[in-house]
Design a protein around this ligand. Structure first.
Ligand SMILES: [Cu+2]
Length: 133
């Protein structure tokens, strides 16, 4: 269990580093130094989850593929003064509450299929979960 937790957190930090670079090159703004910044207390069981980071008004990675019966956890890794986001399935399979920075939401995918989703306050934020049988 400990090893799982460590690898899950490491994975999320790697994603953040990539995102910081993308932010600088694409928008010409100064990205915060995110090294080690997204240390969130995750619920028990979540480390086995596939993580999707919410940062800079985007889901990262935007598309993930998981096996049926597994979970996906969205984590809002934005700075504390940034807005809350949701993860809301286009077809209604799930809908999180508003997630302020530091909050997370986990959904179990039991059915195979392709599930596009968006953020309710920011409909331009989109992603999709592909669930394999
Ligand atoms: Cu949003």
């Amino acid at each position: 269990m400990r090893a799982l937790r460590r690898s899950a957190v490491t994975g999320s930090l790697a994603v953040l580093a990539t995102l910081a670079v993308a932010c600088v090159s694409e928008r010409g703004v100064t990205a915060p130094d995110l090294t080690g910044e997204c240390r969130l207390p995750l619920q028990p069981g979540v480390p086995g989850s596939t993580l999707v980071i919410i940062k800079d008004f985007a889901f990262e990675p935007a598309e993930v593929t998981v096996q049926a019966g597994t979970t996906v956890t969205w984590v809002n890794c934005a700075e504390p003064d940034e807005p809350a986001h949701t993860t809301t399935a286009d077809q209604g399979a799930w809908n999180s509450p508003l997630l302020p920075p530091g909050a997370s939401f986990t959904h179990t995918f039991s059915q195979a299929g392709s599930f596009p989703y968006h953020c309710e306050p920011h409909p331009f934020m989109t992603g999709s979960i592909v669930v394999e049988p």
